[in-house]
Design a protein around this ligand. Structure first.
Ligand SMILES: [Zn+2]
Length: 101
């Protein structure tokens, strides 16, 4: 519950995620940045504040896999991200913003 309230405020008052295309994810990730790693992975910090990094596979041959679209310089990721390990966050990334499920 607190997590949701917290993220609501983030959603309202914090900035939208930007994205960065790169060949390799940096060792230290910047907040509110989604790294699009050489067309095979998406890496970013978990938006719940647990400080874990999320790695999403974007190769369709492997499962599970995600895809992203850039629309008016904002990133959309589908399907939703459901962390079964760690904090258990479940959310969508739409237009660079986090929408909690
Ligand atoms: Zn988290």
């Amino acid at each position: 519950m607190w997590k949701r309230i917290n993220s609501y405020f983030r959603y309202r008052f914090f900035k939208t995620y930007s994205f960065l295309k790169c060949d390799d994810a940096p060792e230290k990730l910047t907040n509110f940045t989604i790294y699009l790693v050489d067309d095979w992975s998406i890496v970013f910090k978990c938006p719940c504040g647990c400080n874990n990094n999320i790695h999403l596979n974007t190769l369709s041959e492997a499962s599970p896999s995600w895809s992203y679209k850039i629309k008016s310089k904002k990133v959309n990721i589908s399907p939703s991200i459901n962390r079964v390990k760690g904090c258990g966050s479940h959310f969508w990334v739409r237009k660079g913003k986090i929408y909690w499920c």
